[in-house]
Design a protein around this ligand. Structure first.
Ligand SMILES: [Zn+2]
Length: 413
């Protein structure tokens, strides 16, 4: 199966139209201005199908005609582009290192406004939600006059989300429990609202706009203070029965291992997260092992950061390279298990693993080759994320897009 065909799979009946609309929208996003026949060629769909899908998008004012392509020899073809004034989308992330990030994009996917704001991790959650809402209002005020109506708001959160009520059930690193974010958003904003786990949205962000654009079966590993993940299955985010699928960080790797933020012992997170890397390094430094990261004189480390660790690795710091090698082994073991269970085409490493990718990938691939069933290992690739710290908010845009494409009539007048 060619890449083009696999990306634009036909799927089962209920998804075909949405997937085909999505294929058209994505090509319009990447290649505007573009003709109907070029869209047909790129998507592998026949011209009649493309014309009918494009007409649907024009009727909803999501796509517009903008002149003719006069380059060819035949009759000049009408060129199409996404209509930037069809509306705007706001996407936000509450990050568990104490940040709120908000972007606002027009319908042509151009980011027209963005803001970031720090908060104290032990602040009351009501105060942080209030700040989030203030930023969302600012985004809306900035876009409304130029880009038409707000089409949807997506918010990514670092925890488990009840998909039926859009309630954040538990965010371990923020220590939030049962926060009804969806309900609070709906009280303040008169548009479709989506709340999801940040790693799920980041997986969508990489699938729509980043490293996983050409794959329909993807495992995205999100790493920060903890480990999360998102699974794309047949072009859709795998939710599981209650919406909790993708909690990769809590696979048990060692029943006697370290205590995890979830209350269990020996989760994958305790072996490969930022916290695990810092703690391995700190332990070695406390035992007197030498590294350029340690303060000369008292043996203790400076404040450890991922960028300082990457710099030390680039300077061939023996201890740092050893700690990263150990981390990569555990990372590769977990990925091999995921590959055997899920049979993805691609594994994407996001977050801090992406920043340390050049040092982790060789050993991750070695472990994967040794431990995954050899047919799986051969078919699989591990790559680094492309959206960086924007993956989640870009995924929020994608989430709203998906909803629009599923039922365009519900978001237009
Ligand atoms: Zn755990």
């Amino acid at each position: 199966m060619s890449t083009k065909q696999s990306r634009y799979r036909t799927g089962n009946q209920t998804l075909v139209r949405e997937i085909n609309l999505s294929a058209i929208m994505n090509r319009l996003h990447e290649h505007s201005p573009i003709s109907r026949s070029a869209l047909a060629e790129m998507t592998g769909l026949n011209k009649t199908t493309v014309s009918s899908l494009v007409q649907e998008l024009i009727d909803y004012q999501f796509v517009r005609e903008i002149g003719f392509d006069t380059a060819g020899t035949g009759r000049p073809a009408r060129l199409l582009q996404l209509n930037p004034e069809a509306g705007f989308i706001i996407s936000a992330e509450i990050i568990d290192v104490g940040y709120i990030s908000v972007i606002c994009a027009n319908f042509a996917n151009k980011i027209i406004w963005r803001s970031e704001e720090a908060f104290h991790l032990n602040s009351d959650h009501n105060k942080i939600i209030h700040r989030l809402f203030t930023l969302l209002h600012q985004a809306s005020d900035a876009a409304r006059n130029l880009y038409g109506p707000v089409l949807g708001i997506a918010v990514g959160v670092p925890g488990l989300v009840d998909q039926k009520t859009d309630t954040l059930l538990f965010a371990p690193n923020l220590n939030w429990k049962n926060v009804p974010i969806g309900m609070l958003l709906r009280e303040k904003f008169d548009c479709p609202v989506f709340v999801d786990n940040e790693a799920n949205l980041a997986a969508l962000g990489e699938y729509y706009f980043g490293a996983a654009k050409d794959c329909n079966y993807v495992v995205y590993v999100s790493s920060s203070v903890g480990i999360g993940g998102g699974i794309i299955h047949g072009g859709q985010l795998l939710t599981g029965a209650a919406g909790f699928a993708g909690e990769l960080g809590h696979m048990t790797m060692n029943s006697q291992g370290e205590l995890c933020s979830c209350g269990n012992r020996g989760c994958w997170e305790t072996l490969v997260s930022q916290k695990a890397i810092f703690s391995r390094l700190q332990q070695a430094i406390d035992q007197g092992q030498s590294t350029i990261l340690a303060n000369p004189g008292n043996g203790s480390s400076n404040q450890l950061t991922i960028s300082a660790i990457a710099d030390a690795a680039r300077s061939n710091d023996t201890l740092v390279l050893k700690v990263l090698e150990e981390t990569a082994c555990y990372l590769g073991m977990g990925i091999a298990s995921l590959v055997n269970v899920l049979n993805p085409e691609l594994v994407v490493l996001g977050g801090i693993h992406c920043l340390l990718g050049e040092f982790l990938l060789p050993s991750v691939n070695r472990e994967l080759n040794q431990r995954a069933l050899r047919w799986n290992a051969r078919a699989n690739r591990v790559v680094l994320a492309q959206q960086g710290s924007d993956a989640c908010v870009m995924g929020g845009l994608a989430k709203v897009y998906q909803a629009i494409l599923a039922e365009p009539s519900t978001v237009t007048n």
